[in-house]
Design a protein around this ligand. Structure first.
Ligand SMILES: C[S@@+](CC[C@H](N)C(=O)[O-])C[C@H]1O[C@@H](n2cnc3c(N)ncnc32)[C@H](O)[C@@H]1O
Length: 387
């Protein structure tokens, strides 16, 4: 595909996404329909789409319209490219610019436009992050780093880097966590690499790795990952120490891949559903990696930034409180409860922790840490409560 044809494909996909289609589904459907597109074309189109979604508001200003065409025109103007070289109607390139398009578009002026945030969210960023709010919002406009977790049961980060290099993946250790490795080249080869297939590395954000390293696990403890999903957190914990590992998720289907991933990593995890969670308890540590807005991870999932509403945020906060209320009842006397989100919002983090302690007098907060949206990690929050 020519550069222009890739931009036209991104325009059509963005129109689908703006009309409500989930980005991943739209991209998969396009790839199936577009047999002519090679892997480099697919990657380039995906990059266009995700970058336009990260910067949807500012690109709409620059391009003069919140449409696929407006966003891609805005993207070209933001990059300082020559729009006429791409919008030239040749082959499968976008049609030439109209006079109105040529004259339209303006630099983003309002804070929400400049920072690519919905207006209602600006105060939430400021309330939670103060002087760091702007830097966080700007970081969410950039591509996320590709981070690997070295499975420390098998290899150190440095050894893992050497092994992945044989598959053409260039990576370096990160200071964010002892297991963390930052990929600079060959990210798309990770899933097919020997190191990945043998469980030596997993894809995992650096802040998640750091948060799991911050949890102290007594030898032989019984540990429950209560919101396990695909099991990223329990696998990170289990790579560090010997304990009995249990996983649960309200949506059991989300744990479907966990046994395979655990097997690859040489780790035994018991997946539990329904009444079995309490029947197998109590646990020395219950981790609640709760469902949240994901506001710390929006550079990876940028559509979520525009789809979140105040009502949904309130709903998520209520779910988080309910999860904590249930999970505390599963902790053994003297045990710990850990609460984590990949959000930066106070309502989901500090306020949620404080409200939990107010509701449950026997618990006190022993540790609170947060990770900013940074070079090697997403925004992440961790509270640990003890009795
Ligand atoms: C942030 S994700 C977990 C990610 C996972 N820990 C990982 O590292 O890949 C939150 C998970 O909580 C689950 N969940 C939602 N409501 C729940 C509830 N009431 N009880 C337990 N799990 C719940 C969701 O199905 C989702 O998989």
């Amino acid at each position: 595909m020519t550069p222009g044809a890739r931009v036209q494909a991104a325009i059509e996909l963005l129109d689908e996404i703006l009309a409500g289609a989930p980005a991943e589904r739209a991209l998969t459907g396009w790839a199936r329909r577009s047999r002519f597109a090679g892997s480099k074309d697919r990657a380039a189109v995906r990059d266009h789409v995700f970058q336009a979604l990260r910067c949807r508001r500012s690109y709409a200003c620059l391009g003069g319209a919140e449409t696929g065409r407006g966003l891609m025109l805005g993207a070209l103007r933001a990059e300082g490219g020559d729009p006429d070289a791409v919008f030239n109607g040749q082959g499968h390139a976008p049609a030439p610019l109209s006079e109105a398009e040529r004259a339209g578009g303006a630099a983003p002026r309002e804070d929400g436009e400049r920072l690519d945030l919905p207006d209602w969210m600006l105060p939430l960023f400021q309330e939670a992050l103060g002087d760091a709010a702007e830097a966080a919002a700007l970081a969410l406009r950039e591509r996320a780093p590709v981070m690997l977790r070295a499975n420390l049961r098998m290899k150190s980060a440095v050894q893992a880097i050497d092994i992945v290099s044989k598959d053409g993946i260039i990576a370096a250790p990160s200071t964010i966590a002892s297991s963390a490795v930052r990929v600079s080249e060959g990210a798309r080869r990770v899933a097919g690499s020997e190191a990945y297939k043998r469980g030596i590395v997993e894809l995992q954000d650096g802040s998640s790795q750091a948060a799991m390293e911050a949890l102290e696990i007594p030898a032989g403890a019984r540990v429950l990952d209560y919101c396990a999903g695909g099991g990223g957190k329990v696998l990170a914990l289990a790579a560090r120490c010997e304990a009995q590992w249990f996983a649960h998720d309200a949506d059991a289907a989300r744990m479907a891949d966990l046994p395979v991933r655990a097997g690859r990593a040489g780790i035994g995890v018991t997946c539990l559903t329904g009444a079995d969670v309490a029947a197998n308890g109590p646990y020395d540590l219950v981790l609640c990696d709760a469902p949240c807005s994901g506001s710390g991870t929006w550079r990876r999932a940028p559509e979520a930034k525009w789809r979140l509403t105040p009502a949904r945020l309130a709903e998520l906060c209520a779910i988080q409180a309910e999860i904590l209320d249930i999970a505390q009842g599963l902790v053994a006397p003297g045990g710990q409860l850990a609460y984590a989100t990949c959000s930066v919002f106070r309502a989901e983090n500090d306020a949620q922790s404080a409200a939990f302690v107010r509701r449950h007098g026997g618990w006190s907060e022993q540790l609170r840490r947060r990770w900013p949206v940074g070079e090697d990690g997403d925004g992440f929050y961790l509270s640990v409560f003890g009795q």
